[in-house]
Design a protein. Structure first.
Length: 145
């Protein structure tokens, strides 16, 4: 039995960033079961993108992983106030580049028995931030190799 299936609820800590805006970008995701045990880590280099694009890619990666692993309930914790407020309907999505990502995230989120997204301070998202930075470093290293 995978750790994610053992958990009734998954917590996904999501972060994305870019060095420059736009600039070399990446995301990081830490997936935890209810007991706080890490059951997955995701990261990816995204090429030249904006930080908001990277944040949404992290969210999408977390939602896809949870869906593929049969998770029924998910709580996403992100330090992107913009993304959290867009996903909760408090802000409109005005960026044409973000709109398809937002729509895909809303569609994926609707497939869970329970979906919740909350804003957390950066300090509570250090592990996801570390993975996002590793992804950007990996991308830079591959570019300069």
């Amino acid at each position: 039995m995978s750790p994610a299936r053992a958990a009734g609820r998954l917590i996904a800590r999501v972060d994305g960033g870019s060095r420059g805006n736009p600039g070399p970008a990446g995301f990081g995701v830490v997936l935890e079961n209810e007991a706080g045990a890490v059951c997955g880590e995701l990261k990816a280099y995204l090429g030249r993108q904006t930080n908001n694009y990277a944040e949404y890619q992290g969210l999408l990666a977390a939602l896809r992983w949870a869906r593929e692993h049969g998770v029924g309930e998910i709580e996403v914790r992100a330090d992107s106030e913009l993304m959290v407020r867009q996903m909760t309907g408090r802000y409109q999505v005005r960026s044409e580049a973000l709109r398809p990502l937002f729509e895909e995230a809303r569609t994926l989120a609707a497939g869970f028995a329970e979906f919740r997204i909350v804003h957390v301070p950066r300090e509570e998202n250090r592990a996801a931030d570390r993975l996002a930075n590793e992804a950007m470093d990996d991308g830079a290293a591959a570019y300069h190799a």
